[in-house]
Design a protein around this ligand. Structure first.
Ligand code: PHE
Ligand code: FE
Length: 298
């Protein structure tokens, strides 16, 4: 496989692997930019060149604008100090380095305060297409351009506030599906056709092609409650993608909806199967699921 972000896998499947000693009260660590090797910088440059050649015409214009605003085309792994000057000027967000997995409440608290937590390590040259936890290329190239967009920046902050609230309802697993199917694997409808914006897609060469072009996956219009009933796959390309009409609508709807009654309903309702298509779904692509079937046979 060739896929992006496994932060939530580790978060949910392997809670025991959490480090027990926080490196600092808010779990942040220095980026230590001077410690990157020439090989590390070359890995970033290869990944950057590959994705930036692939993405025009496939990715949301907001993402391309973010690359530009943040000057991410500058060679080498970005120095957070410099990145944060530009990001802060654009939307007031900051990127902070963490050692890997952080506790849920810490993760949400950072988002709620417009701090995006990022891994500082970069994958090895033999891991360009596959790694088990998000590295700095996924976290920075994948996520940070959208944080330079004012509306999406507000959405992720609101998500952090909602995340803290979800803990009181024991509903993190449901809310995490919203993050997964928007922030990580979301598609946007535009006048020119579907475009990518999810970080898990845009940081992955294979999924940047698959999510848009392959006949296998379902592509369905975004519906909040529907998304929160839909499990996701953590080990390969998604079998269903959800398509938002606009980031403004996504922000407005998630902010204006009180999730408490939603969590109560979801606690009673059974989960859907990943590939289910419902009578009320706004179906854009009814997927063949051939890719998932080929994996099952292999
Ligand atoms: N409105 C949500 C709640 O009541 C919070 C939220 C906002 C969640 C935006 C996700 C995204 O919990
Ligand atoms: Fe991610």
């Amino acid at each position: 496989g060739d896929f992006g972000d496994l932060r939530y896998i580790r978060r949910m499947a392997l809670p025991d692997s959490e480090p027990t000693l926080p490196p600092s009260p808010d779990w942040t660590i220095p980026q230590d930019w001077a410690r990157y090797t020439a090989e590390d910088h070359a890995t970033w440059d290869r990944l950057f060149a590959r994705q930036s050649a692939l993405l025009p015409g496939r990715v949301a214009p907001e993402f391309l604008a973010g690359l530009d605003i943040l000057r991410l085309s500058k060679p080498g792994i970005p120095d957070f100090a410099e990145l944060n000057d530009r990001l802060g000027a654009a939307t007031g967000w900051q990127v902070v380095a963490v050692p890997g997995l952080v506790p849920d409440a810490i993760f949400f608290d950072h988002l709620a305060n417009r701090r995006f937590v990022a891994g500082r390590f970069i994958r090895k040259p033999d891991q360009l297409d596959y790694l088990e936890e998000p590295d700095i290329f996924h976290d920075v190239f994948g996520h940070v351009p959208m944080l330079a967009h004012p509306v999406f920046a507000d959405y992720i902050q609101a998500y952090g506030q909602g995340g803290l609230r979800s803990l009181d309802f024991g509903a993190l697993d449901k809310l995490a599906r919203l993050y997964w199917y928007t922030v990580e694997f979301g598609l946007l409808k535009t006048a020119d056709g579907l475009r990518l914006y999810g970080a898990g897609i845009v940081s992955s060469r294979g999924e940047s092609l698959f999510a848009l072009d392959d006949p296998s996956p379902n592509r369905i219009g975004f519906d909040l409650e529907r998304v929160m009933r839909t499990p996701y796959r953590i080990d390969d390309y998604q079998q269903t993608y959800f398509v938002v009409d606009s980031f403004e609508k996504l922000l407005r709807q998630t902010q204006e909806t009180d999730f408490a009654p939603l969590y109560a309903r979801l606690a009673e309702a059974p989960d859907l199967a990943i590939t289910d298509i419902l009578p009320d779904d706004a179906v854009i692509t009814r997927g063949t699921q051939d890719y998932a079937r080929s994996l099952a046979k292999a």
